[in-house]
Write a protein that binds this ligand. Structure first.
Ligand code: NDP
Length: 324
C-alpha cells in the first residue's frame, strides 16, 4: 500500500484527495519506482484544480515528473536501486504520475540521474527546467548570440521563466524579464535580469511590425503577448514559444516572418527525444547554481492541492517541489 494524490471526476468537477492505494492499482509499466520528489508544474495545477483538460483517463494520479529509486524492474536498462528521473511522456495525463509514493512506468521513459545529481535537485529543475533549457538550445540553434541584443523572458517569476532567466544570464545574454509581479523585481534582478518590464506592456493590440527590440525571446505566456513580441523582434531574431499561461490564441500577421526573417520556434518537452534530453540535463546540471534546489518550496501531497490553486492564482514563485 502507498499514499497518492488521486484525482476523480465528479460531474464537471475534479475531486483531489490523498488516498491509500494498492500497488496492483498502478497503471501498466515494466519499472516500479519509489518517488523521492515530484514537482508542481502549470499542467499539474490545471489537472489538480480541474481548470484545464489535462486528465485523459479517470481516476488519475497527477505529476508530470518525478525522481526516485527503482524498486522493481523488468527493463534491461534499469535495475533495483538505480536513481532515475522522468519528465513528460503523458505521465500524470494518460498514465499515473509522480504525486505518489510509488509509480509504475514504461522503462523507456526513464533517465538515469545525470552525474551526482540528487533526486531533489532533479525535480527542482524538473519539466520546467528542461523546457527552459530546450528553449535556450533552440535559440542557440537558430543562431542567436549574446552580441545581437537583449532576450526577453515572459512569465519570468514562474518555473520555466525563472529558470530560463538564470540559464540565459549564465550564457552571457542580456536578459529582460516580463512579469505581472513587480514585487519580485529584486529577486528577478538577482537571478540575472538587467531590466524588469510590466507584462501589461505586451497586452496592447499588436501592430504587424513595431520597433525592433529583442534579439530573441523565451515566451511562457502565448496569446497577445506572443503576438506583440513577434512584431518587436529584430531582424533574424527568434522566439522560443513554450507556454500558454496568457492564452492559446495567436492572432498575428506574416510580416515579422517575411520582412524580418523572424523565426518562431515551437518547444515541446513532453515527447523530446532521449538524446536531446540527455544533452539538456547535462547542461542544466553544469549551469544552474549548486544551491538551485534550495530556492524551492517543498510541499506534502496534502499541501499540493492548495499549492496548485496558489500557482494558478499567481501566489507562488519559482519552482515548487512535492515530497510524497
Ligand atoms: P508557472 O505558473 O510557474 O509560471 C507561469 C507564469 O506565467 C506565472 O508565474 C506568471 O508570471 C505568468 N502568467 C500567469 N498567468 C498569466 C497571464 N494571464 N498573463 C500573462 N502572464 C501570466 O508555470 P510553468 O513555469 O510551470 O509553466 C509556464 C508555461 O509553460 C505554462 O503555460 C506551461 O503550460 C508551459 N509549459 C510548456 C512545456 C512544454 O513542453 N512546451 C513544459 C512546461 C511548461 P509573472 O507573474 O512573472 O508574470
Amino acid at each position: 500500500m502507498f499514499n497518492a494524490l488521486l484525482l476523480e471526476e465528479s460531474g464537471k468537477d475534479t475531486l483531489a484527495r490523498v488516498q491509500r492505494l494498492d500497488v496492483n492499482q498502478l497503471t501498466e509499466g515494466d519499472v516500479l519506482v519509489r518517488v523521492d520528489y515530484s514537482s508542481l508544474n502549470y499542467k499539474d495545477a490545471l489537472a489538480i484544480t480541474g481548470k484545464g483538460k489535462i486528465v485523459r483517463h479517470w481516476p488519475m494520479v497527477p505529476g508530470v515528473d518525478f525522481a526516485g529509486t527503482v524498486l522493481a524492474s523488468d527493463h534491461a536498462d534499469h535495475k533495483i536501486g538505480d536513481e532515475v528521473l522522468l519528465t513528460g511522456w503523458g505521465v500524470g495525463e494518460k498514465t499515473w504520475g509522480g504525486m505518489a509514493e510509488k509509480v509504475r512506468v514504461n522503462g523507456d521513459w526513464l533517465q538515469s540521474l545525470p552525474g551526482n545529481m540528487s533526486p531533489k535537485r532533479a525535480m527542482a529543475i524538473g519539466t520546467a527546467g528542461l523546457t527552459a533549457m530546450l528553449s535556450v538550445m533552440a535559440l542557440e540553434h537558430a543562431g542567436i548570440t549574446p552580441n545581437q541584443g537583449p532576450i526577453l523572458v515572459t512569465g519570468a517569476t514562474g518555473g520555466v521563466g525563472s529558470t530560463a532567466l538564470q540559464l540565459l544570464a549564465k550564457a552571457g545574454f542580456e536578459v529582460h524579464a516580463a512579469t505581472g509581479r513587480s514585487a519580485h523585481k529584486e529577486w528577478l534582478t538577482r537571478l540575472g535580469a538587467s531590466q524588469v518590464i510590466d507584462r501589461n506592456e505586451f497586452l496592447q493590440e499588436p501592430a504587424p511590425l513595431a520597433s525592433q527590440v529583442w534579439a530573441g525571446a523565451i515566451d511562457a505566456v502565448g496569446g497577445r503577448t506572443l503576438a506583440n513580441i513577434l512584431s518587436q523582434t529584430k531582424m533574424r531574431g527568434a522566439i522560443a514559444a513554450c507556454g500558454l499561461a496568457g492564452g492559446v490564441a495567436l492572432n498575428t500577421t506574416v510580416m515579422p516572418f517575411i520582412l524580418r526573417g523572424v523565426q518562431l520556434l515551437g518547444i515541446d518537452s513532453v515527447y523530446a527525444p532521449i538524446a536531446t534530453r540527455e544533452i539538456a540535463w547535462q547542461r542544466l546540471e553544469e549551469t544552474l547554481p549548486v544551491d538551485f534546489e534550495e530556492q524551492c518550496e517543498v510541499y506534502t501531497l496534502e499541501q499540493s492541492i492548495q499549492a496548485a490553486h496558489d500557482l494558478l492564482a499567481g501566489k507562488l514563485k519559482g519552482r515548487a517541489l512535492i515530497q510524497p
